[in-house]
Write a protein that binds this ligand. Structure first.
Ligand code: SF4
Ligand code: SF4
Length: 295
């Protein structure tokens, strides 16, 4: 069975303090960190044992995972398993990059976000070049706030040409056409992020081949629909896997709507859906962004 798992354990601390952070960040106590470590180990052991499945994993922690050794070690270990096709994580890239050399570069991937104001631009860019030097697959993104536009332009000019720079529409922000065009000049796929996607009743791969898993193994179809489908560790989730329509009115987060069957994003990101790396060269994406299905 092909399974894509979006894992989010109890970790909720971050070494950054972005004013626009959408997550319920907190300071994790030692006990909470121990619990997160244990939950991650349990998840990684389960993935390791599922040799009959072909598994892809995206870690989507509330906070920053890569400053914790257990995330780096788990990504490295899972990357070497023959039945794991992809193992990726969302990160602010504040960590050192040496650890990636121990991972399988064909399987490991990073979804990196630049947060201006939290780290010097040159330091972030240098980390990106380190990843390129280590042959790591990665995308780089930024939140589309006006005060980020200069940094985004510099990134687009100074990142390697093959590295995709994505722009997320800022939560709750309405963009004029002129503003949207400025962002689309940097990320041709920005039109997909500009407005929430109307999703009610539309087929979405979550709940069939894509699942969200929390630290206790509770399986849900995605991070945005709270109804549990079963538990990972007792296998009860498997009986519930089937094609499903979205029960929500709209889906406004890339890690959700990328799985909507009504959008062409599995083709756009073929081979890189989880880490947001498009299949086509960046310069050829423009034609796909224009007329993106927005309702
Ligand atoms: S890096 Fe991410 S989790 Fe950390 S404060 Fe910024 S937005 Fe929040
Ligand atoms: S469209 Fe979004 S909210 Fe709806 S089921 Fe899919 S991922 Fe979840």
């Amino acid at each position: 069975m092909d399974l894509t798992l979006l894992y989010r354990g109890p970790l909720a601390s971050c070494d950054y303090d972005c004013p626009y952070c959408p997550f319920a960040k907190r300071r994790d106590s030692r006990e909470q960190l121990r619990a997160d470590h244990a939950a991650l180990e349990r998840f990684a052991t389960w993935v390791t044992e599922q040799r009959e499945d072909r598994i892809s994993v995206l870690f989507t922690p509330w906070g920053e995972g890569l400053v914790r050794s257990w995330y780096r070690d788990t990504l490295t270990a899972l990357s070497h398993l023959p039945h794991v096709e992809r193992v990726a994580i969302q990160t602010n890239l504040s960590c050192r990059t040496e650890w990636t050399s121990a991972a399988d570069p064909d399987t490991l991937a990073l979804w990196c976000t630049y947060h201006p104001g939290q780290t010097p631009y040159d330091r972030f860019l240098a980390k990106c070049h380190e990843l390129s030097g280590r042959s790591v697959r990665y995308s780089v993104g930024i939140v589309g706030l006006p005060e980020h536009l200069d940094a985004a332009r510099r990134l687009r000019a100074e990142l390697p040409g093959h590295v995709y720079l994505w722009v997320n529409a800022a939560e709750g922000r309405t963009y004029t056409d002129a503003e949207a065009a400025e962002w689309a000049a940097l990320d041709p796929l920005f039109p997909y992020s500009r407005h929430p996607h109307r999703s009610a009743g539309l087929p979405c791969r979550t709940g069939e081949s894509v699942l969200s898993v929390d630290g206790e193994g509770t399986v849900r179809r995605c991070h945005f629909v709270p109804e549990p489908l079963g538990n990972l560790y007792d296998g009860s989730f498997r009986a519930g896997l089937r094609p499903r329509a979205c029960p929500r009115a709209a889906c406004d987060c890339h890690i959700g709507y990328v799985h909507l069957e009504s959008l062409p994003l599995y083709d756009v990101f073929a081979g890189g859906v989880l880490e947001r790396v498009p299949a086509l060269p960046v310069r050829e994406l423009a034609v796909l962004g224009v007329g993106a299905a927005k309702k």
